[in-house]
Ligand binder design. Structure first.
Ligand code: SAH
Ligand code: SF4
Length: 363
């Protein structure tokens, strides 16, 4: 059997092979993991880069069926962290040599929001001596808005495709122009054209999702030649429409197991991109992120959102680390990285070699 896995890994990895590999457990899974680890160490070494995450608002204009902060959820308190506090969090990241931060929020397209983000990006750049890298994750915007934010200092963008299956995408979103699969794909194109390092990703273990769908997700990322990936298990939230499908949920261990297999396989398919060990993994297994760092992930996103609002950014339930402060989070992170036999890559932007190879590095 083991020989069989090694042979499959040496050959062409199409939908059939990937769907099979995604289901591995036990000794066969160990073989997959050791291959992924070998690729990781050969191409990226032991370094793990930090991206201090600020979830600055849970106000969202969209209604994705799976998400706890969707517009239609009336059960949560909405918040918007003041610019001053966001800038302080950015300075914390910079002073602690995280070198990079992620600004994430619900999606809004109104001009007040667009202008606010533009100003915020410029202020953060100024206040951190132009040294802090900024990734944004603010959903679907026009090419002009993406350009405006790029020119104001953001250089990486995370926009998960969520699933590369247009059929499943439709099942997970309201049927209207605001939630259109093709539109999301074209946003990934715009981001690349503007010059961002582009990150995407999917949720793993969704109702109706099959191993073939997930195999196609991996191929989607490869075909689109992405620079970064953040993907993790789908975790249900009881105040969302998708909760009605709970009898179709994948067993939680299977969602976790498959998420690790997705990371390992993506590392094998795309040797030099950045892959995040996402928080949702930790929501299932306290050591989830460490396990991911060992088998291909090389980025971790310590939460540096001011603590008072963390509990209100519940995309899914049982989100971990909602009551630690940023300092605790940073200390915990370096211990965790060492536990995974990796080294904190402090003081470096940590752009993926993939991006550096496909274009001239940004100044
Ligand atoms: N509004 C932006 C960014 C915030 S949402 C956007 O949608 O792009 C960030 C990510 O959270 C989404 O892309 C989605 O993949 C993930 N997410 C939302 N609900 C989730 C859930 N119930 N389980 C796991 N991940 C979820
Ligand atoms: Fe809003 Fe993003 Fe949640 Fe969709 S996934 S409801 S866009 S925050």
């Amino acid at each position: 059997m083991s020989n069989n896995i090694n042979n499959i890994l040496k050959g062409d990895l199409g939908v059939r092979e990937l769907a099979y590999l995604l289901q591995l457990k036990g000794a066969d899974q160990k073989l997959l993991f050791s291959k992924a680890q070998e690729v990781q160490l050969a191409n990226l070494g032991r370094k793990v880069f930090y991206r201090g995450l600020v979830e600055f608002s849970n106000v969202c204009a969209k209604d994705c069926f799976y998400c706890g902060i969707r517009k239609g959820n009336k059960e949560i308190d909405r918040y918007n962290i003041e610019d001053e506090h966001i800038v302080n969090a950015a300075k914390f990241a910079w002073e602690n040599k995280y070198s990079s931060m992620v600004l994430q929020a619900g999606e809004r397209n109104d001009s007040a929001f667009i202008d606010r983000v533009t100003k915020l990006l410029k202020t953060i750049k100024q206040e951190t001596n132009n040294e802090l890298g900024i990734t944004i994750s603010l959903g679907e915007q026009t090419a002009d808005t993406y350009k405006k934010w790029f020119d104001s200092g953001a250089h990486r963008y995370l926009l998960r495709i969520e699933t590369s299956s247009p059929v499943l995408y439709k099942q997970l979103h309201p049927d209207n122009q605001m939630h259109d699969y093709n539109e999301r794909v074209s946003c990934l194109d715009s981001l690349r054209n503007v010059g961002y390092q582009v990150g995407t990703g999917v949720m793993i273990g969704l109702p109706w999702q099959t191993y073939e769908d997930l195999a196609r997700d991996l191929l989607f990322m490869k075909e689109r030649d992405i620079d970064m990936c953040g993907m993790g298990p789908y975790i249900e939230h009881e105040d969302t429409p998708l909760y009605a499908q709970k009898e179709m949920l994948w067993p939680i261990e299977e969602r976790f197991n498959t998420s690790l297999n997705m990371i390992a396989l993506l590392r094998i398919l795309m040797k030099d991109i950045n892959i995040a060990a996402t928080t949702a993994l930790q929501a299932i297994d306290p050591m989830g992120r460490e396990k991911a760092l060992k088998i291909g992930a090389n980025v971790i996103m310590p939460n540096i959102t001011p603590t008072t609002h963390r509990k209100d950014y519940q995309l899914y339930q049982n989100k971990p680390c909602t009551d630690e402060g940023a300092e605790d989070c940073g200390n915990c992170m370096s211990i965790r990285i060492e536990m995974a036999d990796r080294e904190p890559g402090l003081g470096e932007w940590g752009d993926s070699p993939h991006f550096q190879n496909r274009t001239t590095p940004l100044k």
